[in-house]
Design a protein around this ligand. Structure first.
Ligand code: MN
Length: 361
């Protein structure tokens, strides 16, 4: 792992800041390796300080790289504890402009900080660390690849369990169990098993609904390996598919394939989204594809770049994105197909091996 804190420090000049307070835990993890659930990272021009509470003392000393570790004594609120610790350490000088992560900084913390360090100026920034993470290092891709392999294996093992009468929750519990059994840390998000009319919910988290013959069933699942996620969706039918189920499935499959075909360095994210969307719109279902085409995969399941109509980001070799078009028809059901894709030097590589023909169980 290269020294990512130095990479961030090189951005200070163009950001016009002298110090940077990092509050988003996944950004802290990426920058210095800490995986606990409480902490803040202060990056100064030439140094870095990580602060957490006593519960994480050993863990912080073990994990944190390229930053000094301070453990605060609990004092009034959590924000005040952090700030008191910053104040005690005289080597830290807060005159001047201090960058903060506007989407993640706690208001209470910001207000208290201003009152303790009145000569400082808090400067709002967005997505500074997130942008640095977009192009993955080799080791990050290796972890994502392992997570993808596990999810492929788990889905293959779960599909034969789909029988009339089993509930969505039963299936999602199997997925969680098998993810861990095959070496994942945990599910990457709450597993979606959405059957019958519930498959029209793009985020239909598994429920107590029993699977019935004829149901179309969407599985959206993923797991973490070394802190990096997989995220895959497959849609299957229990029994013989109807003509309409086949029709909708074929449209989504074509849209997904066209998008994957177009992914290569130099393309804009919104172009890929619009290529996929056009197939669905031309088939008459444009208003039933109600979300962006995909998202970056990184320490957060939903990372940058977004493959959406709003994203002007240019794809680069080493980025990892999901491609997941869908059609959702209220009262009838829905179809989504999702793969995890690495942008390569001359195109892209689909990591998932799970089949994409319509599976009739
Ligand atoms: Mn996804």
């Amino acid at each position: 792992m290269k020294n990512r804190i130095q990479v961030l420090q090189r951005r200070f000049k163009s950001l016009g800041i002298a110090n940077f307070l990092i509050s988003r835990l996944s950004n802290i993890r990426w920058l210095c390796g800490y995986t606990g659930s409480n902490g803040i990272l202060l990056v100064t021009g030439r140094d870095a300080y990580f602060i957490t509470d006593g519960r994480y003392k050993n863990q912080a000393h073990e994990q944190v790289k390229n930053a000094h570790v301070f453990i605060y004594e609990p004092y009034k609120s959590m924000a005040e504890s952090f700030i008191r610790e910053l104040k005690i350490n005289k080597e830290i000088n807060f005159r001047g402009r201090v960058g903060i992560e506007a989407l993640w900084m706690n208001v209470n913390f910001a207000e208290h900080f201003k009152s303790v360090f009145p000569k400082s100026d808090l400067i709002s920034t967005e997505n500074v660390v997130e942008d640095l993470m977009m192009v993955k290092e080799k080791s990050e891709i290796t972890s994502i690849r392992k997570a993808v392999e596990i999810s492929d294996r788990v889905l293959a093992e779960v599909l034969p369990m789909v029988k009339p009468g089993i509930t969505e929750n039963d299936l999602s519990a199997e997925i969680t169990y098998l993810h861990k059994k095959y070496g994942a840390q945990k599910d990457a998000f709450e597993t979606i098993v959405a059957s019958g009319h519930r498959s029209a919910l793009p985020h239909g988290i598994a429920s107590g609904k029993k699977i019935e013959k004829g149901d179309i069933i969407t599985f959206d699942m993923g797991c973490f390996v070394d802190g990096y996620p997989s995220d895959m969706t497959r849609t299957v039918v229990l029994g013989k598919a109807t003509a309409k189920q086949r029709e909708i499935y074929a449209i989504v499959k074509e849209s997904q394939a066209k998008a994957v075909e177009a992914i290569k360095p130099g393309r804009k994210c919104y172009e890929i989204d619009s290529l996929a969307r056009k197939i669905i719109s031309d088939a008459g279902y444009g208003d039933k594809f109600t979300h962006g085409l995909g998202h970056g995969l990184g320490v957060e399941v939903h990372s940058k770049p977004a493959l959406s109509g709003l994203s002007k980001t240019t794809l680069k070799s080493g980025m990892v994105v999901t491609v997941e078009p869908g059609i959702y028809i209220e009262g009838w059901g829905g179809v989504r197909i999702e793969d995890d894709v690495i942008v390569t030097e001359d195109g892209c590589e689909v990591m998932n091996k799970s089949p994409k023909e319509l599976i009739e169980l």
